[in-house]
Structure formats: C-alpha cells, structure tokens
Design a protein around this ligand. Structure first.
Ligand code: F6P
Length: 507
C-alpha cells in the first residue's frame, strides 16, 4: 500500500554532510531499542580498540590499524611519509626523469581490489581540487584486471620513456597485478632495446631504477623484485587492503590531486572517526547507518542495498563499497568459527543515479523485489574555471540532479496511487540520503570513513571477522589448479569445467 502519512524529519549534520534517515521508517526510540537488542555488550570497548589500533583481526593474527593510518598523532601514518611526499612532488613537478632522461608524463597504478578501487575512486572524485602548483602535466591511469583489458587501452597512449608504473599490492604477490606488470615490462624493455638501442641489461636496469615504484606491506618482496629501496613505500600489515587508501596505497590519489588534497582527505576521515567515537547513538552517522542496515536485513528481510550517487564524481563509489562491505561481511560464520543463524552483509550494487533512471530504476519503482538504497547528492558545485554564463548553466544542471534525486527517492518511499503508476506502486523501500553541501576532499573522506565504520559495526553485531577474506583466498588456490590444468591440457574437475579446459587447446 502506498504510504499516506508523512514521515518526520530525522537528520544528523556533520561538517557539511547531512545524513538523512527520515525514510527508514524508524523512530529514534525504535532504533535505540533495536540497538539495545543487537549491539554487543562490549561495543564501546571494541570501538575504542578500533580507534586506538588495538582491535584484533583474529584469523590473521593482526591488529587493525587503518584508523591510525589517517590520524595525525600516529606512528603508522603513511609508513614512509616523507618519502611519499617527495615522490609525489618529484613526479608532479617534472623532476622525476625516465631511463632516457625525459620527465615523466604518465603514471600507471597497477593493483587490484583495495590496491585499485580506493585510489581510482578518489582520484576521479577529487581531480578538480588538485591544488599543487603544477607546471608539469602528469596523467594517472589505473590498470587492474588480469585479462589485460585496461593495458590494451593504456599502453598505446603512453610512452615507455616517460611512464612510471606504481606496483600497488599489499602482499606484493597478487597474480592479477603481476600478470599486468609482466606485460608492461615486456612492452617497456622492447622499446628500450629497440628504439633506444640499450642492451637487455641496461634496459632492465633502467626500467627498475627509473620506471617503477613499489607500494606494499612486504618490503622484502619489493627488494627481491629489484625495486630500489628509495622507490619503495611501505605500510603496515595491519592495514587491511580494502581499508588502505589512506596509507601509502593512496599514492595515485596524491599523484593525481596533490599531497595537500590527500591530507585533506585524511583529515575529513579523521573527523568522522572522532564523530563515530563520541556522538551519541541517535546522532551518530555510522552507527545509524549500521543499525538501520541490520534492521532492514533481519527484520524486513531485505537482501540488497543500492548505492545511488547523483553526482558523477561519485561514479566509482558503488564498486568501492562492494569490496568494502561484501568482502568484509559476506560471511556465514563467527570470528570463532561458529555458524551464524541470521542473515549477514547484504548484496551491494548500484550505479550513477541520473543514468540509472533510464536503465534500472523502473525495477526499483515497481519491480517485485524489495531493496534498500543510499542516495548520495551534492547540493552546490562551484565551476570557477568556466565563464559566468556556463557557470550559471552548470548550477542549473546541479539543481536538476538534486531535484531528480529527491523525486525518485520520494516516490520509492511513499509509492503512488496515480493512474500513471497503474495503481500498483506500493513504495516503502527504506533508504538514506547522504547530502553534501559541497563536495570537498574532507567531506569525501568523511563519507568513506562513515561507510568503513558502518561495516565495522555490522561485523560486530553479526560477530564475524570483517577483516579477512577466506573464500577469496580459496578461490585463488583453486585457480592455481585450473591454470595448471589449462597448461597441461588435462582437466580433472567435472564435465563442464573439463570441457572448457579442453577448448583452451590451441586450434
Ligand atoms: O581479493 C582479495 C584481495 O586480497 C583483497 O582483499 C585485496 O584488496 C586484493 O586481493 C589485492 O591484494 P594485494 O593488495 O595484496 O595485491
């Protein structure tokens, strides 16, 4: 049934971020009662441990220190902080020279999962804030997939003599990443030995010395690969991959936007950390996000959350949150190995809202399945680089986007009895609105940190370990077997898998 009565306002505001949970159909009293039922008794201690970097990732026998990695009081901050800053400044000023003496013009971040998604998302979102005086233009590209799909597009538009590759990998052993590195290396050495007439040794040495930066929690592996210590950046093993964009893994953010923007991003996240640690329950953004999410999952049995940004700068947010949430809380057993008898983390999906309206929104409006949604919108955008007339037109476009966000969200909440809806539009889909007065590096950092703390809190409620990923590790192991079978041309799995392995034989 469409909803007749109007919902009361429920909002929390923090530094220009308005978290509106009016459309969750939950009162402060109800959420407080639900928290009393579902938050673990030691929640405050666990949250304090996260803030202090003493929370335990039991299965991997490590602490959890991503919060420290953005705190200005922390010894963990960026691991090699001053080296990080110097590298970015050299690259962005044109003072980093390639093997043949030319300034670097392109940076390619090779990494996957947490070593790709955060840097990619944030570089894209904050590009316009690039604040360093940059007389020299460097472009940052991202390559992640093991099939080489992105290398096909990047290699033709960059020059081996003026390109630096960042090998971003916490483990410094991920197959996907090194498959891309291997191809990039062959491509570069071919150029150096052909065009530049270097000997194979000189070419390899030049590549290692001038065209590689390693970012990893395993410095020994970077050294073994041949990356000079001065071009290595480390971070602590206790910073989880999907929580690592605040650490040296954020190098590509800093090469795209400058060190200043990277600092502001960290500061915004640290503000959200303080808020999460101190704000009372009904004014605590991450806590409310977590509790509403668990309520929707358990009491309303909704198994998915659509992430719907109405600002193109948030384009990569849905993919980022897929890893953050689904790799953390997509589990069925507790941290100590017992089966969990409630549903756990939902399926996270989504896409750019305005375009989604012309694609999947019909299903959200009137389809069969229930869903939750997070709408994300930016109320004002400055466009100072354009003429006044273009600025005015862009401001109208921003209003158009806000209006559409509010309209579709309202309809999905209240439903409709209009004839146009053919009398079948119940609405009642619980959703949040995260509205930013302006997008800034600080507010962007705050939103991402809020989602991290939501995931952390939900993990505590479900008593699972949000900081490991055993299923993915198992998948990697099985893939070693399928690759060996493809090389040996002898599948031994089942009819389906063996048949496709057979088809990989050379024709
Ligand atoms: O997908 C599994 C995973 O281990 C993620 O947790 C991680 O972000 C990604 O692979 C990449 O790992 P690494 O940074 O070690 O290359």
């Amino acid at each position: 049934m469409p909803r007749k009565e109007l919902l009361p306002l429920q909002q929390v505001t923090l530094n220009g971020l308005i978290f509106d949970w009016s459309y969750q159909f939950l009162s402060p009293e109800k959420i407080t009662a639900f928290a009393a039922k579902r938050l673990p008794a030691n929640f405050n201690e666990q949250r304090a441990a996260l803030m202090q970097g003493t929370f335990k990732n039991i299965s991997e026998n490590r602490k959890v220190t991503h919060v420290l990695s953005r705190s200005s009081h922390s010894p963990f901050r960026n691991g090699d902080d001053s080296r990080f800053v110097q590298m970015v400044r050299r690259l962005r000023s044109g003072n980093w020279l390639g093997a043949t003496g030319k300034p670097i013009t392109d940076i390619v971040n090779i990494g996957v999962g947490g070593s790709d998604l955060g840097p990619l998302m944030t570089s894209f979102a904050l590009k316009e804030f690039a604040s360093d005086v940059q007389q020299h233009q460097v472009n940052t590209h991202f390559v992640s997939s093991m099939d080489g799909g992105q290398l096909y597009a990047v290699l033709p538009i960059v020059n081996p003599e003026t390109t630096v590759f960042i090998i971003a990998s916490k483990s410094f052993g991920t197959l996907d990443t090194f498959a891309n590195v291997d191809t990039a290396k062959i491509w570069a050495l071919e150029h150096f030995t052909g065009q530049n007439k270097l000997s194979p040794d000189q070419a390899e040495h030049g590549w290692l010395e001038h065209h590689l930066i390693g970012v990893s929690a395993s410095p020994q592996k970077m050294t073994d690969y041949g990356i000079p210590p001065a071009h290595q950046l480390t971070f602590d093993q206790s910073v989880g991959g999907r929580f690592s964009m605040w650490s040296t893994i954020g190098l590509a953010i800093a090469t795209s936007c400058g060190v200043e923007v990277f600092r502001r991003l960290q500061q915004g996240a640290a503000e959200m950390d303080r808020h999460f640690a101190e704000a009372p329950l009904t004014e605590n953004i991450p806590l409310l996000m977590a509790l509403c999410g668990v309520y929707n999952r358990e009491e309303r049995e909704i198994n998915n959350l659509a992430v719907l940004p109405y600002d193109g700068r948030f384009r990569h947010l849905p993919s980022y949150l897929q890893q953050l949430d689904m790799e953390s809380n997509g589990k069925q057993c507790t941290a100590s190995g017992e089966a969990i008898d409630t549903p756990t983390g939902p399926i996270i999906w989504g896409g750019f809202g305005p375009n989604g309206q012309h694609a999947f929104f019909q299903h959200l409006h009137q389809g069969y399945d229930a869903f939750c949604a997070d709408f994300i919108v930016v109320l004002h955008r400055k466009a100072k680089q354009f003429s006044p007339a273009v600025q005015a037109s862009l401001a109208e476009q921003q209003e158009l986007s806000v209006a559409n966000c509010l309209a579709h969200r309202h309809l999905m909440t209240y439903g409709s009895e209009s004839e146009q809806a053919r009398n079948h539009y119940p609405g009642n889909n619980p959703n949040n609105l995260l509205a930013l007065v302006h997008l800034t590096p600080e507010s962007f950092g705050a939103i991402i940190a809020a989602y991290e703390h939501k995931v952390f809190t939900q993990g505590l409620i479900w008593q699972l370990n949000s900081f490991d990923q055993p299923g993915v590790e198992l998948g990697k192991k099985v893939a070693e077997g399928t690759l060996a079978a493809i090389h040996n041309k002898n599948g031994h799995f089942d009819a389906s898998t063996d048949s496709i392995i057979g088809l990989t034989r050379d024709i």
